[in-house]
Design a protein around this ligand. Structure first.
Ligand code: PMP
Length: 435
């Protein structure tokens, strides 16, 4: 007997057969409200007729042309669309097939940039604890997610993890936001000096932390200040917007909301909204000019770079989001979702924090609200909530257990940008039953 190799080798999954707006329908005709876009992917909902048409049109014209032979119209148009809207001078776009590949490309671009600039000693990467940047070996090594890393050690050794900007748990009791940010910025500067002022290649972080913490935005001017320290020591800043980017937080680029101009910016998930697998690394003019006047070559590559159909789908998705002004809906519905969550759960004895930005929201589960003590990881509370929600016909994204190298569970919500008030009511009602 043959089987699809799923992540869980022991679990049975319902068979998804059809998408309908914010719903997925299974083979038994059960409807699931998609309140997480899978993993923050399906930002335009399912079966959008305009995207389907764009894909059909592109497939019938030219499905794929290898990027070492040709460029294509959708690839060029999508690059232009992104570069025009990205912060700063992120004018070059390297297309890949997903988030991990986007991070790998960013890390290798950073490395090659310094080698060709004549500073090959810059080998260290600074990331943050409890972070996730993908599952390929380089991206996995970069992340600070102990549970995922452990059994694959040894990974890359030149990676160092600092404190995340996670106010709910990392900010001290009487510490102001400013003092908290200053402490984190000092930690970065100390680490750079400890490694050697000219030894560090890059700092990587998610502007709003998704899967590992559950929609945790930065505090105050954290990113502006971290970037200033990076600039002082010539460290490149890589923004991982694979999950929080492409409108999820109410702006096309989450970095822009933080007044952050990164040197490299990774996107995926919402870029193609699940209609086709696609990701991209946006690259600064400075990096590109260095490579151009050096080897003239980026020493990297994948077979499906700039896949024509994937680019056409992503372009249709992004035009639709812009033309229908869906980012204003993200802001408006994001605020309503936060209010509805607060209304329903603010006095819940086991919900310690409700946070996020736009349609990217997280609820942190605690055993005790006073002490913020998490539930024991052995309970696998997140898995139970996911199952209970699926029974209710609700897709949400609970994570936890020992995933962050400590106990703790949270629920991530990342519904499609076409969510309305009735969907919010349905979400909160079903989530409440599930919890
Ligand atoms: N970075 C972040 C912040 C992510 O959330 C993810 C996926 N959850 C990735 C990278 C990896 O993306 P992919 O699964 O498409 O490889």
């Amino acid at each position: 007997m043959s089987h699809v190799l799923h992540r869980s080798l022991l679990q049975d999954y319902p068979v998804a057969v059809k998408g309908d707006g914010v719903y997925i329908i299974d083979a038994d005709n059960k409807r699931y409200l998609d309140a997480c876009g899978g993993a923050a992917v399906s930002c335009l909902g399912h079966s959008d007729p305009d995207v389907i048409q764009a894909i059909q049109q592109q497939v019938s014209q030219l499905a794929y042309a290898h990027s070492s032979f040709f460029t294509t119209e959708p690839m060029e148009a999508l690059a232009e669309f992104l570069a025009k809207r990205a912060p700063g001078h992120l004018n070059s776009v390297y297309f890949v097939s997903g988030g991990s590949e986007a991070v790998e490309a960013a890390l290798k671009l950073a490395r090659q940039y310094y080698v060709e600039k004549g500073e090959p000693q810059r080998k260290h990467i600074i990331a943050r604890r409890q972070s996730y940047h993908g599952n390929t070996l380089g991206a996995l090594a970069t992340g600070g997610n102990l549970w995922r890393r452990q059994q694959f050690e040894p990974l890359l050794i030149n990676i160092h993890h600092l404190s995340p900007c996670y106010a709910y748990r990392e900010k001290l009791e009487h510490e102001s936001d400013d003092a908290f940010v200053t402490r984190l910025v000092d930690e970065l500067e100390d680490k750079i000096l400890e490694l050697g002022a000219d030894q560090v290649m890059a700092f990587i972080a998610e502007p709003v932390v998704g899967a590992t913490l559950g929609a945790v935005p930065a505090v105050g001017r954290y990113f502006e200040k971290m970037k200033a320290v990076c600039e002082k020591y010539g460290v490149l800043l890589i923004a991982d917007e694979v999950m929080c980017g492409m409108g999820r937080t109410g702006a096309l680029f989450a970095s822009a909301q933080e007044n952050l101009v990164p040197d490299l910016l990774c996107i995926a998930k919402g870029l193609g909204a699940g209609y086709q697998p696609i990701g991209a690394t946006l690259v600064s003019d400075d990096i590109i000019n260095t490579l151009k006047s050096g080897s003239g070559f980026f020493q990297h590559g994948h077979t499906y770079i700039g896949h024509a159909t994937a680019c056409a789908a992503a372009l249709a998705v992004q035009h639709k989001i812009e033309d229908a002004q869906l980012l204003s809906n993200v802001e408006a519905m994001g605020t309503q979702l936060q209010q509805a969550l607060l209304h329903q759960f603010k006095d819940h004895p086991h919900i310690g924090d409700i946070r996020g930005k736009g349609l990217f929201r997280g609820l942190e589960l605690v055993k005790d609200r006073e002490t913020k003590a998490p539930f024991d990881s052995g309970l696998k509370l997140h898995a139970k909530i996911k199952k209970a929600a699926m029974n209710q016909g609700l897709m949400c994204y609970p994570m936890g257990g020992t995933i962050n190298g400590r106990d703790g569970d949270h629920i991530l919500l990342a519904p499609p940008f076409i969510f309305n008030e009735e969907h919010i009511d349905e979400l909160v009602t079903k989530l409440s039953v599930a919890i």
